[in-house]
Design a protein around this ligand. Sequence first.
Ligand SMILES: Cc1ncc(COP(=O)(O)O)c(C=O)c1O
Length: 380
Amino acid sequence: MNSNILEAIEPFYVMEILEQAQKYEKKGINVSHLEIGEPTEKINNAIKDRAIKAISNDQDRYTHSLGLQALRIAIAANYKKNTGVNISEDRVVITTGSSGAIILGLLSSLEDKDEVILIEPYYPCYPQLVKIFGGRVKLFTTHSVDNYQINIKKLRKAITKRTKLIIVNSPSNPSGVTQSEEVLKSIANLGIKVISDEIYQELNYEYKVDTMLNYKDDAIIVNGFAKFYSMTGWRLGYLIAPKTMIRNIQKLQQNMFICAPTISQHSAIGAFEIDNLEIERMKRDYKAKRDFIIKRLDDIGMPIDYSPDSTFYVICNMEKFKKNSLDLSLDILDKVGLAVAPGRDFGPNYDKYIRLSYASSMENLKEGLEKLNKYISEYT
Ligand SMILES: Cc1ncc(COP(=O)(O)O)c(C=O)c1O
């Protein structure tokens, strides 16, 4: 790869915090982790049972490059159930994590030097992948005063004849906000390609589940099992694309990954067999944690100035502490043993922010916010 591109790739700054936290933990120092977007919810037995069965039955060889037919059918049925959208399973490709879906989606739709619009604050790997694959990043910043909604009038003005693609992530990591139906509809009509990362689609506590496919049939959809089903380490995601693109995506998949992990594919069929009551319980728990974190941040003088409605993240403006987000996050870790994600990961205009994840236990959340309170009252 061109060494200039390698030079331009940014690290995941949150990993620098995690690695520093691990050093402290090795020394016996207690660290509360609110930095990583990884659920502490246990994996449901419906998924585990399918994994055990697949292993016992020796269902452990490569699958079809597009994925197990039964899983592709189950995903198509789930989209229909959740969003009302009809898609045939031959538009679904099972991938190695949602990360694999983003890679295949970008590779199959980007041409050299195409301009790609990214909505800031963004998921950190988007700009890095766009650069790796020869595209040019164009940032479009959203703000808390607009509740992180994309201002369509301004977005239209940002589009030039070089702009070929936009990546939308609704609900969003890191803001935890869902774009309105009106915004999604307008993006669908911009006349450029759309990759819609819907990995947090079902972790939504206020609105009905939506998909870009409701507004743009040829959008490329990215989704996966890591967040809603807590399957982070099982590395399983999927992509929904127009039929005309599937053959090219298949060739990329064969050459890059062969297929997605087989045991994980068998297991994921179990995700769609989880009792509805259990799903409702999980969503209620996340919602209670979201309400708790918002209330507690307010109590300690760090009010959230927008309304997060989904995912398990909130971002806080830390401007008044006069440090960049990496130094601030390292200082919080050092002084009180709390790990948070530095806003620098989510775009250059978010370097005065931190992200807190409420994917962990209520006990850990309470302890973490107590530590943040201590930091604010004793060290600032
Ligand atoms: C918006 C978004 N997309 C994609 C991913 C990657 O997920 P996976 O673990 O399925 O590769 C993440 C992980 O944090 C994410 O937040």
